[in-house]
Each structure stands twice: as C-alpha cells, then as structure tokens.
Design a binder for this molecule. Structure first.
Ligand code: ATP
Length: 805
C-alpha cells in the first residue's frame, strides 16, 4: 500500500496527527524508497483552526505494481523484500477475509478518494450486475459520513463545494492521475522532499556481494594442488644445472653422468642462488634418484663454508638407509673438494656403536681463552666439592666436569661433523644427552621416507627437532627475520603423504611440491620399467613348492646387462665402513621390528629370536659357484615377518641344496654386521637370493636386483610400492611377482591392481599385471614324490627348532 500527502483543504483534528505512527500496518513505506515515517520527529499537534493538516490518500497495492526483484540476489534480498512487502499484503489479506477496511472505519482522518471510479460512459457500458456497485459505495459513504464527528461534519458542509470540485477533477482524469502518481511513487523521492518531511533513510544492510569465482571442492593448499612437474625422461648434464664442470667430471667418474629427471627439477630449487626458494617436497617413484637430488646441493652449499659446525641433519628410518645415504654424501664430498671447497665432514648416528663412541665422533672439546668463564667454572667447582659427585647422568654427558680446562680457559663443545645422518631415535638421544649437541647452526633438514617418519613419531623426534631449529642464538642465522634464511627443509618419499596434519608438523616455509609427469599428488607411481606378474596358489599348505618352482623356472631370467664398474662401486653397500670388524661393538644389536628408527640405544638382547640364533650359527661360505653361475639372475623374496623369513630361507635350503649357497637372509633381528655382510655378498653376486622381512622394503638400493617376489602379500598399497620398487631402479628393468592364495585374491586384484567391480587403487602403473601359471603344478596338484619331500623338510625344520630350545 502506498501513501502520499496532498495539500489539505480541511484541518485534521489533533488526535489524528500521528495516530498510526506506532501501527506498523499503517506505516506507508515504499520498498525501494525505504523511508520510514516512524523516524519522523512528531510535532506538537496544532489546533485544528490554526494549522490545516495534510490528508492521507490511500491507494491499493494493485495500482502500483512492485518492481521485479533483481536476479542474482537471493536469500538476503528475499528476506528484505519479503519484510517490506509483508505489511501491505497483511492488510490485503485482511480485506480479502472480509475484515472492515481500516481506512473506511476511520473516515475522520483520511477521506478515501476513489481514483479508479468509472466515468458515466464507462458506467453505461458496464454489465447490469456491476452497476449496483456505486450504489453500495454511496451507501457506505453515507454510513461513514454519519459516523463522522460533529466538528468534521461542519467542516465538510462548509467546504462542500471545494471537496466536490476536487473529487470531480480527480474523477475526470483518473488514469492520467494514477499514471503520474505511479511514476512519482516509483521514483526515489527527491532530497528536498525528504528534508521537507523530515524523513531520513533507514540504515540498510550492505548489499550482498557474490563471489563470482567458480565453486571448487579443492581442499589442498595451492602448493600441493599445483606441483612442479617434470618429464620422466628428462636428463641433463650436471654442468647445465649449476654444478661446476670439474665437479661434474668427478660425479661422472662415480657413475653419475647426467642428472635424472627428479634431479633436474630439484637441483635448481635447492642449489644456492640469489633468489632462494622455499622448502621442497619430492614425491617421485622408487629408484628415481631422490637421494642425489638433495645430497648434491647440500654438500655444495656446505663446502663453501670454512668452519665445521652441524649444518645439516638427514633423518632416515633404518640403519641401512643411513649407510646408503652416507655413501652418496661421500661421493659428492669428493666432487666439491676438487672445486676448491671445504672437505665436508659426514657423521652417522644409528646406534650401531656404543653411545659414548658415537658422542665423541660427533662432538669435540676445545680450550677457549675466557678468564671470566674460567673464574665462574672455578667457583662452581668449589661449590660442588661438598656435593655427591656420583652423578650417573653426567657420565653419559660428553665433556663432563672431569675435563679440566687450562688456566684462564673454558671448555667449548664443537661439532666434528657438518652433516649428521641419523635415525630419529638416536637423534633424540643425542639432543637429550650429548653436551654441546645443538641444532643452532643447522640449515638443512632432510626427512627421507617422510611418510613413514611422520606417521610414526618416534619419541616425538619432530617436535624436538623443530624446537632445536628455532634457535634464539643471534649469530646462528644470517637474517633471522627473513623467510629466506632459516633451515631449508627437504621432504621426500615415493609414497608421499598428502595428510596436511602430518606435513604441518614440519612447519614448511614457501614449500614447492615436485612430481614426475603422469603421477598425481597422493598417488603412488611404479617405475616405468617394472613388469608385474601374479601367481595363484591353489593349495596354500604347499606354497613353498610354488616358490621353488618359480625359482627353478625360466620365468626368472636375467633382465639387464651386468653392472658397469662404476655401478658396482655404487652398489658396494657397507664397504666404506670397516665391514665385519666393527661387529664387536654391535654384536648384540637386535630389534624386534622391521624398521629400526627408534633403535636409539645399543641395548643387548642377544638373539632373542631363536630362528635368528640358528641363522647366526649356520656357516656362510659364499662363493660364486657353478650354481650361482647357473642361477643367472638375482631375487629378493619378501615375507610377512622376521620369523617367516628365517623359516622360509631354511626350508628352501633343505628343499633345494643346489640353491642353498646362494641364499641369504635379511631381517631386523639379524645383527647389523651380518646384514651388511649379506648385502655386500649380494651386491658382489655371490649371493643371488635374499629372503627378507619388510626391513629392506624401503629405500634400500640393490642395483643388481632383477626380481622381487612377494611370497606373502604386503600389508598395504604403500608397502607393495616400496617392496616392488627394490627392482627396476635407475633406468634398469625389473620384474615383480606376487603369490596370492585364494582368500587373498580379492584384496590383491582389487586394492593393489585396481581390477574388478568398483575397484580403485592408488597405485599408478604403466602396464598391466600378468596372470602366470607354473609348470610344476598340474591341475592344482604337485606330484606325490614332491609332496613327500616337502613333508620331510618340514619335519627337519621342526627338529632343528626343538634342538635350539
Ligand atoms: N644421476 C644419476 N646417474 C646415475 N645413477 C644415479 C643417478 N642418480 C641416482 N642414481 C642411482 O640410482 C639409484 C637409485 O637412487 P636413489 O636410491 O636415490 O633412489 P630413490 O628415489 O631414493 O629410491 P627410493 O624411493 O627407493 O629410496 C641409486 O643406485 C643411485 O646411485
């Protein structure tokens, strides 16, 4: 409903002035104009004679159709418009329900003028039924007039002529009037009019601003959602990537002629440059060369310094990996010494030596001239005299008070290494117990096999490291306030987690993700040169016979050329160390788990595993025998546990004496020295078959390995990727075999291969998985003779186990 004011011809009684000001239904508000009368200051009512009052003329809603609501403005506008329209429609509803018209009920204040009243001609043309309407209206008018107070009647009679004149004028041009009215009502009221009436706009809500950008369900941060991609086959000479020609030459002599794809992407991000990039996360397949991609820039950077301080920490889940990365570091050190750089010192902390030995290998003592410090030290010594000096904790502390400084000197602890490669458990021990061991000067933090290390927070190692890195020492960082200084973090895995909550713990700064082309973040890509096959085991109790048939079949053929001399040098795991000579110090190392990240202390648990004890007793005379020459390839067999690996290896020896000298075992319960020895014999080709638990499933680099057999199904897709990724490394061919029992078929095809109804897998492969049937098995059965031999072998195993007890 709309209202307007017209000059008054009669004085309204004072009681009518703002009579409806409080009645929301009586307030007249145009939805677009949005002015409210209730805000109008109410003047003191003048006397009827003194001030003539405006008369309110009321029109119906249908006279002024509302403008269409604007498109694109949804909820808020609907509410607003709804709220504004509500009042007139409420009244309208009342009228429709037959409620008496309020305007008609209160004729003393507002005289309704029917602007739409028909002209006499129109009246003539109207049907008979409609003609009775004016009579009704006349009667109604009469009733209203009768109800008028006496004073109003008097006014009406006195100004009757004027009223009639106005009425006639309006009736003669009803349409023209209504059009004008419509126009004026719909236009915003001029400012002058607003001022005249004392109307002020009501505060309105801010218009809703819609975000025009496309809706997306991407919840990843931009650096994870848009990675740096590198083509699988992109190789470039190191000299083109910022490595000096002299250093590149040394690298080539060590078997690293060109940079692999992942290295071409990562080196430019990590090599020292004016525009230092942020942290780097690398998710690239197994064997793609991730190690060199961080070792090279790190050693290059540190070789430019002069003083030895702990500049880099490389954290890895197993001792074997620590040893492997140490070798890669040594190769790079040699390359940068040639270029006139400092000889970077590498240290390891894995728990294979007594803790004190490790401490003194990492931290040294120096006498520093400091008279004040010496005075303080003297004072402290005098205070300590009366105290109990048997402090066991101090015994562990390197440079305890037993070391006496020279006069006017103090003992200062200095790092003996620039790079420390360690397992997280041992790192925590050093942070807690080694005096002078701090991370103040660390400017490289590498977490390799990151998904494993982050998922299993051994002794809260990450929190401890993060705390150590946020040093307050003023001299430790070049520009402490800048995000271009501080430690660089390099996080790597073939099965990188996309779990933001895990990555958050690393507090990455301006990170970039590097992916090989064709792989997706969160997916696990297999090496392109890997072939996969699967063999169904129809009779699970005879599974060892299936394995034996596979080993003796032509299916396991040689796939690659013999490794070159340089490749052989790279493969010689453990040879940089003193081989078995250090076995005395680690004779008792054992760990019950398949990985040993938490293996901090060199605690003794000598051969808790009985099978392991048996393995230790067996003579291991490895030689390149005729058998070895006959068995022309190399195989790594994965079992589900240490116990299973030891049992299977022994069973194979009993069942196939020809193969026995070629078989080695790798479990986490095996002494480290023996593990090293086994790996060395394998890389030399003296051992051809390794039976292992998941200890070596991650990271271990056996370049001459051609076949991987999953004797027991891996526990997860990730485990499958790491196991089969021990072969087909560094551009060489490899073949992975999986034996699955009837009950495991669904899981294998569904989860690992992605075949079957509704199957999905996170594993990306370039080929398919081939189904293979073995020759020795006829219709799911083996010959009686073979089964008998197998049963005898089992008996012998039982006997041996009983003897050990
Ligand atoms: N540029 C290169 N030229 C030749 N060989 C290389 C080069 N870079 C790395 N390699 C070799 O490739 C092999 C695999 O490298 P590396 O162990 O770094 O792989 P990775 O990506 O870390 O694998 P995983 O995820 O299994 O740990 C190693 O034997 C390594 O010496």
């Amino acid at each position: 409903m709309y209202a307007r004011y017209i000059p008054l011809t009669k004085a309204a009684p004072p009681s009518n002035q703002n009579r409806h000001a409080d009645d929301p239904d009586r307030r007249s508000v145009h939805p677009d104009r949005r002015f409210a009368y209730q805000n109008t200051p109410v003047a003191e009512p003048p006397t009827p004679a003194a001030l003539p009052q405006p008369t309110r003329i009321v029109f119906g809603d249908e006279d002024f159709p509302l403008p269409e609501p604007k498109k694109g403005r949804f909820d808020t506008d609907v509410e607003l418009t709804g709220a504004l329209e509500k009042k007139p429609s409420k009244r309208k509803r009342k009228q429709e329900e037959g409620a008496p018209n309020e305007e008609a009920r209160i004729p003393d204040t507002e005289i309704p003028l029917d602007a739409t009243a028909p002209t006499p001609i129109e009246e003539e043309s109207r049907p008979q039924k409609d003609r009775s309407k004016p009579k009704k209206e006349k009667k109604k008018k009469q009733e209203v007039e009768e109800a008028e107070p006496e004073s109003d009647k008097r006014v009406r009679t006195r100004h009757k002529a004027v009223f009639e004149k106005v009425e006639r004028a309006l009736q003669s041009k009803p349409n023209a009037l209504s059009e004008t009215e419509k126009g004026s009502e719909l236009k915003p009221e001029p400012a002058q009019e607003v001022e005249e009436h004392g109307l002020e706009p009501l505060p309105q809500p801010q218009p809703v601003v819609f975000d025009a950008s496309k809706l997306t369900y991407e919840t990843l941060p931009p650096w994870l959602a848009s990675p740096i991609r590198v083509a699988n086959d992109s190789r470039r000479p190191f000299s083109e990537l910022g490595i000096s020609p002299e250093s590149a030459k040394i690298l080539a002599s060590k078997g690293f002629a060109d940079a692999f794809a992942v290295q071409t992407a990562v080196l430019p991000l990590l090599l020292p440059s004016a525009d230092r990039q942020g942290d780097v996360v690398v998710a690239a397949p197994t064997g793609s060369g991730k190690t060199l991609s961080y070792v090279l820039p790190m050693v290059h950077d540190i070789s430019k310094g002069a003083v030895t301080r702990l500049r880099a920490l490389i954290v890895l889940p197993t001792r074997e990996l620590v040893q492997q990365v140490q070798q890669a570091c040594e190769a790079c050190v040699a390359a940068f010494v040639i270029g006139g750089g400092k000889r970077v010192k590498i240290g390891t902390a894995v728990g294979n030596k007594p803790f004190k030995t490790e401490q003194s290998a990492i931290i040294g003592e120096e006498q520093r001239y400091d008279p004040d410090g010496w005075e303080k030290w003297n004072k402290k010594q005098r205070e300590l005299v009366s105290l109990d000096d048997s402090d066991d904790g101090d015994d562990l502390m390197l440079g305890s008070e037993k070391t006496t400084p020279l006069p006017w000197h103090v003992i200062q602890y200095v790092s003996k290494v620039d790079i420390l490669i360690c397992t997280p458990g041992r790192l925590v021990e050093h942070v807690q117990k080694t005096r002078g061991f701090d991370l103040d000067y660390v400017r490289w933090l590498v977490v390799d096999e990151a998904d494993k290390l982050l998922a299993q927070d051994f002794q809260q190692w990450l929190d401890m490291v993060m705390k150590g890195l946020s040093t307050e020492k003023r001299t430790a960082r070049d520009f402490p306030g800048s995000n271009k200084t501080g430690p660089r973090k390099v996080i790597l895995s073939a099965t990188m987690t996309r779990d933001i909550s895990l990555l958050n713990g690393l507090k990455l700064s301006r990170p970039r993700l590097v992916l090989l082309e064709g792989s997706k973040a969160g997916e696990q890509t297999l090496p392109t040169l890997l072939k996969e096959s699967a063999i169904k085991v129809r009779e699970s109790t005879l599974k060892p016979l299936y394995l034996l048939d596979l080993l003796n079949s032509d299916l396991l053929s040689a796939l690659n050329q013999a490794p070159t001399k340089a490749e052989e040098d790279k493969m010689s795991i453990g040879e940089s160390e003193s081989g078995d000579s250090d076995s005395s110090s680690e004779s008792s190392e054992a760990s019950s788990s398949d990985s040993d990240p938490g293996s901090g202390s060199d605690s003794d648990s000598s051969s808790s595993d009985s099978a392991s004890g048996a393995e230790a007793k067996r003579p291991r005379k490895a030689q390149t025998s005729t058998n070895a020459r006959k068995f022309g390839t190399t195989v790594l067999i994965f079992t589900k546990s240490n116990e299973a690996a030891l049992r299977l290896s022994r069973l194979l020896e009993i069942l196939s004496p020809d193969l026995a000298p070629l078989i080695g075992t790798l479990t986490s319960s095996t002494k480290t020295s023996r593990r090293k020895h086994t790996l060395r014999l394998f890389s030399q080709g003296k051992l051809r078959i390794l039976v292992a638990s998941d200890l070596v499933s991650r990271g271990i680099d056996l370049l001459n390995l051609e076949h991987v057999i999953n004797y027991d199904l891996p526990i997860s897709e990730t485990s499958y990727v790491h196991r089969v990724g021990r072969t087909a490394r560094a551009g060489r061919a490899g073949h992975a075999w999986t034996l699955f029992e009837h009950s495991e078929g669904h899981r294998f095809w569904h989860d690992f291969v992605g075949e079957g109804k509704g199957a999905t897998t996170n594993i990306t492969r370039s080929g398919t998985v081939e189904r293979v049937r073995l020759e020795g098995e006829r219709d799911g059965k083996f010959s009686e003779e073979r089964i008998k031999a197998y049963e005898q072998a089992l008996q012998q195993l039982k006997k041996e186990a009983a003897e050990r007890k």
